[in-house]
Design a protein around this ligand. Structure first.
Ligand SMILES: [Zn+2]
Ligand SMILES: [Zn+2]
Length: 282
């Protein structure tokens, strides 16, 4: 008996194509160097479990030999193998890419109102990036310093432009993504904030109305930077640190004491120095 022909004789151009992570440069690099790197790290103090798990899950992600789901058409018997993915949030390009697309669709469909949105980016001194790379609470407080300064700016502008009684009347909205790396994969903790480009104010009947504020002037931008800097000083003080201390005193470097291997990777990465390779320390 002849095999039944597929339901669809013309293959669709948008049909599923299995991705081949092992053909990418990133996969090949990690696959080749990860075991040696891990071995050398373990000769010192080792790496935190979450990092080992992230790399090993990535090396299994999308590889059929590490698990797959088989989909088959009951009519014609055509079948398709889909490899399991790691679903990690660190650096797997496939899983983070998928997450990015899902979150973007969610924000557009469900979260943002139909008003103009401006992207604000806050980049920070490199010594602070190093400290924020490991200290989640510090990172959250630094972000708060930026957002509060941004809100202050929008509220002030709204009060002046709309003739409001109080700076507390206008309502403000923002969504932030904390990025840990830059385009050359160095540790560079910085913030991308999607901020509605205006404020909501209640009208006389209590209904919320949007007022667009538009681009900030150079002076208004400088104010946001200055206020963030002032607040940063307070945040660091609360955390028992200071920008001067972050510039070099190893005695207060908690990460260096708890996770020396990770600390040297972070340190080299933020300072743009090679840790391994042909010219370590350069
Ligand atoms: Zn079929
Ligand atoms: Zn993955």
């Amino acid at each position: 008996m002849a095999a039944p022909s597929p339901c669809s004789t013309t293959p669709r151009r948008d049909s599923y194509q299995r991705r081949r992570p092992d053909e990418t440069l990133l996969y090949q690099l990690i696959d080749e160097h990860w075991p040696t790197f891990l071995e050398r790290a373990e000769q010192s103090a080792g790496l935190p479990d979450f990092i080992v798990e992230e790399f090993e899950a990535y090396l299994r992600c999308g590889m059929l030999e590490h698990g797959l789901a088989q989909f088959a058409c009951r009519q014609c018997g055509e079948s398709l193998a889909v490899a399991f993915s790691c679903k990690k949030r660190g650096f797997c390009p496939s899983c983070t890419g998928r997450r990015m697309a899902d979150v973007a669709a969610h924000l557009v469909d469900e979260v943002f109102p139909e008003v103009p949105v401006r992207q604000w980016v806050c980049s920070l001194p490199w010594r602070l990036r190093y400290a924020m790379g490991y200290d989640r609470k510090l990172c959250a407080d630094v972000l708060d310093a930026f957002i509060v300064s941004l809100r202050r700016s929008l509220r002030r502008r709204a009060k002046a432009q709309l003739g409001l009684r109080s700076v507390d009347d206008p309502l403000f909205g923002a969504v932030t993504f904390i990025q840990r790396g830059d385009s050359s994969l160095r540790l560079n903790v910085h913030f991308h904030c999607l901020v509605i480009d205006g404020v909501y104010v209640r009208d006389e009947r209590g209904a919320l109305r949007f007022h667009e504020l538009g681009a900030p002037t150079h002076e208004e931008l400088t104010d946001v930077a200055r206020w963030t800097h002032e607040r940063l000083g307070l945040v660091l003080e609360r955390h028992g640190r200071s920008l001067d201390e972050l510039a070099g005193d190893a005695a207060t470097d908690l990460l260096g004491q708890e996770q020396p291997v990770l600390a040297s990777c972070y340190g080299a990465s933020t300072a743009d120095r090679q840790l391994l390779g042909d010219a370590p320390g350069q």
